[in-house]
Design a protein around this ligand. Structure first.
Ligand code: ZN
Length: 123
């Protein structure tokens, strides 16, 4: 059985549907594990791998330092549809301003609680 997975930010309640995880192509040849992506609402076409990776990088930057989890789509069955915003339009998502920009100095301050969580914070 193959699950559809979503990468979710619990802090922002935003999700990127990654699609089904697979390691065999249409001819049943072995390929490195990857995701199938989702159908973009703009044109109804499944995203090419390169486009999905661009979205993934953008999502990771947008939600850096936040709590992210990769969950099977089934995990959302009991969640109200308006509780999480799913990215459905790749162009619109990629054109939106990335706030805050990486390297603005916020990372150092936000990283300290992470170090404390792992028990490696300086005293
Ligand atoms: Zn976030």
């Amino acid at each position: 059985m193959s699950y559809t997975y979503c990468l979710v930010c619990f802090e922002c309640r935003e999700a990127l549907t990654m699609g089904k995880a697979y390691c065999l192509d249409e001819q049943m040849r072995s390929v490195p594990w990857t995701f199938s992506g989702f159908r973009d609402v703009a044109d109804g076409q499944r995203l090419p791998q390169s486009r999905l990776m661009t979205l993934l990088v953008r999502f990771l930057l947008e939600h850096r330092l936040h709590e992210l989890r990769l969950l099977p789509e089934d995990a959302f069955e009991s969640v109200p549809t308006d509780a999480v915003e799913f990215i459905e339009d790749a162009d619109r998502y990629l054109k939106a301003a990335l706030t805050p920009e990486p390297g603005d100095g916020e990372e150092t301050a936000l990283a300290r609680p992470i170090a404390e969580r792992f028990g490696v914070a300086d005293e």
